[in-house]
Design a protein around this ligand. Structure first.
Ligand code: GDP
Ligand code: MG
Length: 597
């Protein structure tokens, strides 16, 4: 295809503003998919995505379109992940296209993810076409939202396309805007091959499928290609395009988006952002800006039933083959037995993986408190990157600790602003900005990531009745008064319950934890102290009183059958107990103690 006949674009939007519906409509109205094959939300394939309405992996589709000028165009839509956890993947897929449709729900207006995503598009030098969706709704206020786009984002919205992705109104205008307002890609077919590795995934029939954007040169079947980051060489089995099913083609030239397969064993062997060239007469320099995706949030995953450890290992290995950004290593815990310490791109990524392990593989999991990566500077001048409180060096060897901080952008209706400010303040936030867009406030805070990974998002939703939207990006490390808090049960530290906390918040956190455990651990024949400690210092304490002898006699008098039942129940319960010194702690206590509320 001639470069001048190609348009590559992405759709950026806040969740639920209609990105998937619009994509479906574009595919359908151009006859890319026959009506009878059309199922809703064609681009969102994973179950979890469909349920939560989040697109996780980038997907792409090639649309053939005859424009009003009578010419035939190839439109490549790349559906980028919409969540901040996948920011690096978003930024790579943005680099693979030249333009974006900025979809804004005309009844809602600009939201936090609208901003985060459109900034990514601006960063990638995109031409941007604003699209106001849902104008069929009585609450739609296109004029107001146009003004908002201009005020808040600072781009011209006077030519915004007004549509209803639901009814199909205005879809033709969107297609024309893509052709007339977005630029054609540039590239040189005679130059050495440079193709960007945009994404990769495992396909049961084809093995690893690699999504590529050819920048220069031509990629053909049977070519021998080299990945410039890893140096690995592969013979290409197939090249093709997505319509949206996989359709083999002979070649992919400059400006084109498509896939290749090359008997690559696992997704881990591919790096998003890598440059693909030919083994011989290849490009000298890779495309700029490669960086591997780094996990930022860590937690322990343990099977509730320790007999399921091997199943968990298998499941984690399988998931990891398909997700290079997810890391894991084995971990043992006195409390929880064998499990894995896992690293994720963010909280959503953590949730998605945990959900898949539980649902697709049927494994019940205990998740320990999520942790960020701390930079622990030791007195001997060295620094360790620590994400497990168990690895914390003794206090005498620690000079200072730095923690990651984020820039959080929150959009919220006026009425809830006070609650949001209080929440951010409570979480050690530093206000950077506060502006208004109509009756909505936009607040920007510098916050410790550590305070956000626990339950910030849930708290934000609850104090704003779901009306706030939130997005964040990492900004760097800063020193603070951070300490490791341990929980001691009957004077023994329970490793799985150790957490890193800010000094000023430790007492409160410790008290809550001790009070919870007091409720969760059954009485024994002796008194059990439960303590929270920093170093050797106790900062909170509760005591479980001793049980009086002969519980059955006391509770149930002489009723033999009830007595029997109670004993049986106790016996069954024993299996799910973990022994700590002389204390038996039910498995469920860990799960519940680690829950934040
Ligand atoms: P995404 O999260 O941006 O992909 O949003 P979806 O495409 O999944 O749409 C979110 C919800 O808005 C769905 O319930 C859609 O049916 C609905 N929706 C999308 N476009 C329109 C529209 O133009 N009008 C109305 N009334 N609803 C729409
Ligand atoms: Mg969607």
């Amino acid at each position: 295809t001639e470069l001048s006949q190609i348009r590559n674009f992405s759709i950026v939007a806040h969740i639920d503003h209609g990105k998937s519906t619009l994509a479906d409509r574009l595919i359908q109205s151009t006859g890319t998919v026959q009506d009878r094959e059309m199922k809703e939300q064609l681009l969102d394939s994973m179950d979890i995505e469909r349920e939560r309405g989040i697109t996780i992996k980038a997907q792409t589709v090639r649309i053939d379109y005859r424009a009003a000028d009578g010419q035939d165009y190839v439109l490549n839509l790349i559906d980028t992940p919409g969540h901040v956890d996948f920011a690096y993947e978003v930024s790579r897929s943005m680099k693979a296209v030249e333009g974006s449709l900025l979809v804004v729900d005309a009844s809602q207006g600009v939201e936090a993810q609208t901003l985060a995503n459109v900034y990514q598009a601006i960063e990638a030098d995109h031409e941007i076409v604003p699209v106001l969706n849902k104008i069929d709704l009585p609450a739609a206020e296109p004029e107001r939202v146009k003004e908002q786009i201009e005020d808040v984002i600072g781009i011209d919205a006077s030519d915004a396309v007004e549509i209803s992705a639901k009814t199909g109104l205005g879809i033709g205008d969107v297609l024309e805007a893509i052709v007339t307002r977005l630029p054609a890609p540039k590239g040189n077919a005679d130059a050495p091959l440079k193709a960007m590795l945009v994404d990769s995934w495992y396909d049961a029939y084809l093995g690893v499928v690699v999504l590529v954007r050819v920048m220069d040169g031509v990629l053909k079947k049977s070519d021998r290609i080299r990945m410039m980051q890893t140096g690995a060489v592969y013979p290409v089995d197939r090249v093709g395009v997505f319509k949206p099913g996989m359709l083999p083609v002979d070649r992919l030239g400059p400006g084109e988006l498509g896939f290749l397969t090359a008997s690559i064993k696992q997704v881990r062997d591919t790096r998003v952002g890598d440059t693909i060239t030919h083994e011989k007469k290849g490009a000298e320099t890779p495309l700029p800006g490669f960086q591997p995706a780094q996990p930022v949030v860590f937690c322990g995953l343990f099977p509730v039933d320790s007999a399921e450890f091997e199943d968990l290992r298998d499941a984690i290995e399988k998931l990891a083959l398909n997700d290079a950004s997810f890391s894991y290593e084995m971990e043992t815990s006195a409390a929880l037995g064998f499990g894995f310490r896992c690293g994720f791109l963010g909280l959503l990524h953590l949730e998605v993986i945990r959900d898949r392990l539980e649902r697709e593989y049927g494994i019940d999991l205990i998740t320990t408190a999520p942790s960020v990566i701390y930079h622990v500077y030791k007195t001997d001048g060295t620094m360790i990157e620590m994400h497990n409180p168990a690895d914390m060096p003794e206090a005498v060897h620690v000079d200072r600790i730095e923690e990651p901080r984020i820039k959080a952008t929150i959009l919220v209706p006026d009425d809830y602003l006070g609650d949001v400010l209080k929440l951010c303040q409570d979480r050690r936030g530093i206000q950077l900005d506060l502006t208004y867009a109509g009756s909505r406030a936009m607040v920007v805070y510098d916050l410790p990531l550590n305070e956000v990974v626990f339950d910030f998002y849930d708290r934000l939703k609850s104090v704003t009745k779901g009306y706030a939207s939130f997005d964040y990006q990492m900004i760097g490390y800063a020193q603070d008064q951070l300490v490791k808090m341990q929980i001691l049960v009957n004077d023994e530290p329970v490793d799985a319950l150790s957490v890193m906390v800010h000094r000023a918040r430790a007492e409160a956190r410790g008290r809550v934890m001790c009070a919870k455990l007091k409720e969760l651990i059954p009485q024994h024949m002796f008194k059990i102290p439960i303590q929270a400690a920093i170093g050797g210092r106790i900062i909170a304490r509760e005591t479980i009183s001793a049980l009086r002898k002969d519980v059955t006699a006391k509770c149930y008098g002489g009723d033999v059958t009830r007595k029997k039942k109670l004993l049986e129940k106790q016996k069954a319960g024993k299996k799910k107990m973990r022994q700590f010194g002389r204390v038996e702690i039910p498995q469920s206590a860990f799960i519940n103690a680690l829950k934040m509320d």
